[in-house]
Design a protein around this ligand. Sequence first.
Ligand SMILES: Cc1cc2nc3c(=O)[nH]c(=O)nc-3n(C[C@H](O)[C@H](O)[C@H](O)COP(=O)(O)OP(=O)(O)OC[C@H]3O[C@@H](n4cnc5c(N)ncnc54)[C@H](O)[C@@H]3O)c2cc1C
Length: 325
Amino acid sequence: MHVCVIGGGIAGSLLAWRLIQQPGIQVDVFAGTHRDLDATEASGGGVRGYESDPEQRALALTSLMELLDSRVLRDWADYHRTGSAYLQWPNQAVAAAVSEVDSALNGSAELKPAFKLGWHGTPQGAVAIVERLAGYISPASLRRHVLTEVARRATVREGNLTHPHKGYDKVVLATGAWTPELLRRNGYSDDGYQTKAIQYTIYRTGRWLPPVFVDEISGLYGRPSARGLLLGLPTQDWDVAPAHGIPAEGLEEKAAKLAAARFPELRLGPVVARRMGVDCYTSQPGLRLRPVDNRLYTFTGGSGGSVKTALAASQIAARALTSSR
Ligand SMILES: Cc1cc2nc3c(=O)[nH]c(=O)nc-3n(C[C@H](O)[C@H](O)[C@H](O)COP(=O)(O)OP(=O)(O)OC[C@H]3O[C@@H](n4cnc5c(N)ncnc54)[C@H](O)[C@@H]3O)c2cc1C
């Protein structure tokens, strides 16, 4: 079986890597010319086991377990363990979800009342999912190593392929934010696929840093980095052309204010860097293989969070592609 993977972000590179490990599969990869501007390059790389959606949680957990079990993957991905805290309103499913994460990752997760985090102004009744083994990776480093490995056993071309030709048994568009446009350009509907801009700012800080965190109540997210603290708030910039996001006005200042109010020990210094990226969002969020016709598929839909799930999602996608031989 001859498979063509279009796109060399984290989705395409991991899918190609899974495919070359299967017997009897010939793989060609078109890695694309926009790798320095793609979501994988811009990504914050936060990884944890907890997700509120059960399917995404299963993928995030399996991915984190594979990462933690493999020294090679941890090195390729430059994994940093920082722990994480996820602040949200309680719901009926949260306790069961946390014990699922905790038992899969040997005591990594616990559910706490939010006030026990020691943050300021957490609303009464809010809860925090705290994970010991969560942290962040460099998705760009992971895809670089994976593509090098893939190139040993498959053809990896640096260029773009805009019209998937008929010489392949299966063609996969792992083209992130470029996917809606590619579908349209090839005469297919892009219904259910949208793009959205994501932005964050890295600040120099004093000594105190929070772990990787998501504050679902205010929208603020962040993580420590070698250069200080990364902070962001979700934009509402939909249908942005890939690699062409423009910083949303006032969002950076709002995020800095929220962080200063939440973390009494945080001392925010000057801005060290600003990053923008555009990701592909799908009506049912999540990175998965979606058939377009009987030969063409998409493997995208990260919806702002697929670094967490990409290891497991790529394994499932590779099996689904090859089982249809
Ligand atoms: C700023 C930002 C922060 C994020 N933070 C996190 C986080 O902390 N945790 C988390 O889990 N997720 C995070 N995400 C989400 C995650 O990074 C993305 O979901 C993921 O990187 C998407 O990978 P991808 O391979 O689908 O797309 P991309 O990385 O965009 O890759 C698509 C590739 O397709 C190539 N391509 C396009 N057209 C063609 C063509 N015609 N031929 C060949 N190649 C083509 C492009 O060159 C590109 O390299 C973040 C995303 C952004 C933007």
